[in-house]
Design a binder for this molecule. Sequence first.
Ligand SMILES: [Zn+2]
Length: 393
Amino acid sequence: MSLPPLVEPADELTVDEVRRYSRHLIIPDVGMAGQKRLKNAKVLCVGAGGLGSPALMYLAAAGVGTLGIIDFDVVDESNLQRQIIHGQSDVGRLKAESAAASVREINPLVEVVIHNTALTTENVMEIFSGYDLIVDGTDNFATRYMVNDAAVLLGKPYVWGSIYRFDGQASVFWAEHGPCYRCLYPEPPPPGMVPSCAEGGVLGVLCASIGSIQVNEAIKLLTGIGDPLVGRLMIYDALEMKYRDVKVRKDPECVLCGKNPTVTELLEDYEAFCGAISDEAAEAASGSTITALELKGMMDRGENIFVVDVREPNEYEIVSIPGATLIPKGEFLNGSALEKLPQDKKIVLHCKSGARSAEALAVVKSAGFSDAVHVGGGVLSWVKTVDPSLPSY
Ligand SMILES: [Zn+2]
């Protein structure tokens, strides 16, 4: 499938631009016309993180005229293993600002627009409407569905990518010419089923593998060359070193882009749609959540408690709460953890951020440990509020 170019060419290239982009200009498929289209293009990158880093750097180098960067986060030391648009001296700095500085350094001819805000249902339509194309570098399902819905409602194409450990996926979603993200994934995964990169890790260079596919597809769409990744899902396995692509068909029953759509505007609450944690976990955690500081107080007073870390062994090795016993969440879900719990102590569960421990808490409470609690914010909150000398991850 070939599609017409998304962008009209700019009137001309300056002498500086001709020099800078000469390796593009001598490719017949790109040429002067293609480079002028890139110059006129407005591309928004959602997130200046793992995927956003290589995407922004190559979009900038390629000569995309206007680059929008939306991110509200600040650069953390644990980002630097993969988010190569930021450097050591950027730690603590706003990611959007840090990324903009790198873009300007790579190519001062690019106009950078900084959106130093979270993408929300209130601002997504207005922000997206200022761009020709969106590159989605988000890492959570709530934002992914919101990006998809806004793009479909505005009739805009976007390039999607996702990464986890050694596995990556990418596709172009453009409802006018093919499926949308909801055609591929009609329902978000059950809460807690799909671990995030923060929980499961990601090989740093995988970001470049998938981010560069996203830029490749962006350039093809903007200039109207090649066979875009519309209606195809690219699946990459870095360990096997295999790329394969599978056909994704437009779902005629899609609630958003199908024949009889029932979603005709943005949802009110994408977090709720994707469910941060399951209903059972939310119910169990309600009234049974303590802070890391409260746990420290219980320890200091010598209270009769049994602290259980429900994370995985490799996470426990990185950082753990002193005295905590490791019993991974899976053992709670299959029931084998219960016999390891003392009957005469108050059970205190924790994980990295509080989601997995809430799931385990539901199991523990329904097994009769009615006074069990979990630590809201998990070990991250412990590091932040109790012992900042410990490493975060
Ligand atoms: Zn759809």
